[in-house]
Design a protein around this ligand. Sequence first.
Ligand code: GRF
Length: 192
Amino acid sequence: MKKSIGLKKFNTAIFISGKGSNLKNLIKFSKTKQSPISINLIVSNNAYAKGLEYSSKFNIRKKIFNFKKGKKNDNHILFFLKKNKIDFICLAGFMKILSNYFIKKFDGKIINIHPSLLPKYKGLNTHERAIKNKDKFSGCTVHYVTEKLDSGKIIMQTKVKVSTKDNAISLSKKILKKEHQLYPAAILKIIN
Ligand code: GRF
């Protein structure tokens, strides 16, 4: 993606479902001079997502959608995004699966962060699976969102060493720290 002339930043929506530490980190990044994105909207499927608190903290509009299946519902969300001139979407701990119809409308303009070294451990419980398999390394991946879950082109990855003392919680903490470095770096890589 090329930044438009006049150095205008991409209007970005962050989709969350929970804590929102990646959201907070991306907001901070978006305020730096080098950031090619501005964060204009926080979207959640979960009205109780803790991350929604960053809406008032940083004065960013928030919107809850139920993400029910069906074109009618998708169009409702798409219309709202269009009205708010959103041209880029970052999924950050977003637990719903977007429909093919939705993804096509934002073709190549939705990215996601996943807590594993994709293509290993698509889907849920990545840390539990890495520990169970006694993996020496795990990590995180930023990738494009396509119709197949966690299977779009990889933008960037970071490896993390798994120690024999790690459990799923300690590993998730280690990886989350790396996610906070990786997500901005991946955005800088694809938008220049
Ligand atoms: C992160 O590990 C992300 O990779 C995964 O869910 C977690 C969300 O954390 N998809 P947060 O809500 O950004 O704190």
